[in-house]
Design a protein around this ligand. Structure first.
Ligand code: UDP
Length: 313
């Protein structure tokens, strides 16, 4: 492991908690920072007694001082579910703007490498498929998703400016749809919603005609990709995601099959500004990081279903 100490913002979130776990497993000391606005202390409960691990409950916008410097800042903090876009829009904008600014300054004060967890949402409702990093996107700047899309685009611009004008060692990961254990059952996203509905024997709610596509990456693959990018000298942006594209209707059917549920599928009105197709071109990640996803969707979903069964029990 290139780094011996890391700050993970959003460390109590779904992705952040898996990242903390893997960094610790690789022998890195980890400080997890989280305001718990969408993160959960429970996600870290199993790590709290691990030597080298510390949890700090604090907003990324607030001044941060730590007793020892860190070598890398992995900046994941931000609500990311479409439900949050209408529930806490200003918190999202603030976290991605002021919060990112604060964490970049923190990285500078520590002479640390800085990784921004950006998103495929920067491509908006893309007109190019699959999406390459060079594609500049098709984003509605005043739409319902804009607080997140534009928040992340600002965070990317700021991170690039720190690299260009402040000589900070930065990199940007563009994270595509990721799923796995510790997603919130009520966070509104397709995979946890479908699993919860299938396990409860309720109809699976497919928005629109279900022909919109996504490409779902298992969280273990994503964590490996994030660490590979952080450890590389690359600036990015680098797409991280699973290049296997499926329709939302197919995803719903797969969840029904894996859970063995007798649930039906119902159609609900499509979400506003919902991207029709999304699929990463990961040639750059393959070439620069030697990374690609390894977990087949069926296996990853089965493991996620087991998690939901166990936690609901
Ligand atoms: N979706 C759906 N039913 C749900 C939740 C989501 O059909 O109960 C659809 C949603 O409209 C979108 C896709 O699934 O087209 C992926 O949505 P998700 O919220 O998981 O991620 P994102 O929109 O951020 O890619």
């Amino acid at each position: 492991m290139r780094f011996s100490s890391a700050l993970v913002t959003g460390g109590a979130g779904f992705l952040g908690s898996h990242l903390c776990e893997e960094l610790l497993r690789r022998g890195c000391r980890v400080i997890a920072l989280d305001s718990l606005i969408t993160g959960r202390r429970d996600n870290l409960a199993h790590l709290l007694d691990t030597p080298g691990f510390r949890f700090v409950e604090q907003d990324v916008c607030d001044p941060l001082t730590l007793p020892e410097p860190v070598e890398v800042v992995l900046h994941l903090a931000s609500p990311a579910s479409p439900l949050d876009f209408t529930r806490i829009p200003f918190e999202i904008l603030r976290t991605n703007s002021a919060g990112t600014w604060n964490m970049l300054e923190f990285a500078r004060a520590n002479s640390a490498r800085f990784l921004l967890a950006s998103t495929s949402e920067v491509y908006g409702d893309p007109l190019e498929h699959p999406q390459r990093e060079e594609y500049c996107g098709n984003v509605n700047p005043i739409g319902e998703r804009a607080v997140y899309d534009e928040g992340k685009r600002f965070a990317e611009a700021l991170t690039a400016a720190y690299r260009r004008f402040r000589q900070l060692d930065t990199c940007i990961a563009r994270i595509f749809n990721t799923y796995g254990p510790r997603m919130r059952a009520d966070d509104g996203r397709a995979i946890p919603t479908f699993i919860r509905q299938a396990l409860a024997g309720e109809p699976l709610t497919v928005f629109g005609d279900g022909r919109q596509t996504r490409s779902f990456c298992h969280v273990d693959d994503m964590v490996r990709g994030l660490i590979a990018l952080a450890e590389s000298g690359e600036a990015g942006p680098v797409n991280l995601g699973n290049p296997k594209e499926i329709t939302i209707l197919e995803a719903a059917c797969l969840v029904i099959e894996i859970t063995g549920s007798s649930s039906s599928i119902v159609n609900r009105p499509a979400e506003k500004d919902d991207p029709r197709r999304r699929c990463p071109d990961i040639a750059k990640a393959r070439r620069l990081l030697g990374w690609e996803p390894a977990v087949p969707l069926r296996d990853g979903l089965a493991a996620t279903v087991r998690y939901f069964r166990d936690t609901e029990a």
